[in-house]
Write a protein that binds this ligand. Sequence first.
Ligand code: AMP
Length: 245
Amino acid sequence: MRIVRSAAELPREGELGLVPTMGAFHEGHLALFRAARDENQLVVASLFVNPAQFGEGEDLERYPRDEKRDAAFAEDAGVDVLYVPAAEEIYPAGFETWVEVERLGSILEGEHRPGHFRGVTTVCLKLFNLVRPRRAYFGQKDAQQVAVVRRMVRDLAVPVEIRVVPTVRDQDGLALSSRNAYLSTEEREQALALPRALAAHDRNLLNGLEVDYFEEADFEPRVLAAAVRVGNTRLIDNVIVEGET
Ligand code: AMP
């Protein structure tokens, strides 16, 4: 696996699959890498903790970063190129162009994290333009992100195919997330209420947790989505609502 820090070093031959990430790899990321491995000649994973998708007072500074560990995991999962751009390549001096998916990007997560999806869509379009992948891979764990990126790709006729990989969970049902690392043992136990409430479609199971939303959303497929706070950690998850798509 090659680690490249500028787009000029990216491969220009062959069909590319891109997996955009913010690092702190877990089995969820590895599932995306493997899906990309199965369908493309070359797999590029990008590793960029995108400041534009974090709000004020969020966890940008404490977000887990360990490039060496991530590089080893990515190589094992069959990634050919790990693209770790410098911030100036993504946001050159004087940067002032943003992509905004208006309605889809302003409900649910967008309502609780204003500007979040503007940061996501802008960095995704930038990465698509720099890497020029045939396919890009996203996790169903972030169902609204999938919906918003797909809408951008359709609306702006971006020449990339969006592929979605099912949510990977721990044995106890908690969806894997880089943010799970923030949880104490006791908080992790409390966090299990989230997958349980979603599976049972029962908001009452979240009693005692601070709930940002617990709502069905008309994405494709339709999901029941929720965001909760456990201590200082904000967690999101969703389940597909069967038979109603
Ligand atoms: P992140 O590094 O958190 O931005 O995530 C990078 C990609 O991995 C996104 O497309 C996420 O949706 C996906 N992802 C994160 N957690 C999971 C999971 N538990 N299962 C499947 N995909 C995931």
